[in-house]
Design a protein around this ligand. Structure first.
Ligand code: DQA
Length: 146
């Protein structure tokens, strides 16, 4: 099984970006941790990050028939991008949404997710660990469904 890990805008700056909100782990640290979880679960990962909405959509299109599921932190596009939600529904790739911060405890404009309604589930507010929880939950759901 191959799982895509998709990160959106500004997540390349993790580690230095508002550490009081997002923690001190870099995206490389998170991906290294995910590689260990993936090895334990016996799955392979495809890693991608982009600051551009269209590129995130193109990546998803390219993953059709390649990955069996996606863990996505779409950053601020979570709250705005109907196009990204359409890309998930158009490709039929099952996914789990993850956020480092508890978006529901933050500004009102972060309370709505364009993706949540078509996701398997969401992990929010658990920091970098949330990616590992999302990966475990996604793989276990896909295996149960198979
Ligand atoms: C985020 C939350 C979003 O509201 C924000 O725009 C981000 C990061 C998170 O991981 O907590 O870029 O997705």
């Amino acid at each position: 099984m191959i799982i895509g890990i998709l990160n959106g805008p500004n997540l390349n700056l993790l580690g230095t970006r508002e550490p009081q909100i997002y923690g001190s782990a870099t995206l490389d640290d998170i991906n290294t941790g995910l590689a260990h979880v993936a090895a334990e679960l016996g799955v392979r990962l495809e890693l991608a990050q982009s600051n551009t909405e269209g590129t995130l959509i193109d990546i998803l299109h390219g993953w059709r028939g390649v990955v069996q599921g996606v863990v996505v932190n779409a950053g601020a596009y979570t709250h705005t991008s109907l196009a990204l939600r359409d890309a998930f529904t158009a490709t039929s790739i099952p996914f789990v949404e993850v956020h480092l911060s508890n978006v529901y405890a933050r500004e009102p404009e972060r309370h709505h997710s364009m993706l949540a309604g078509v996701a398997i589930g969401s992990v929010t507010g658990l920091g970098a660990d949330g990616y590992a929880f999302a990966l475990r939950g996604l793989v276990s759901t896909l295996r149960r469904r198979a």
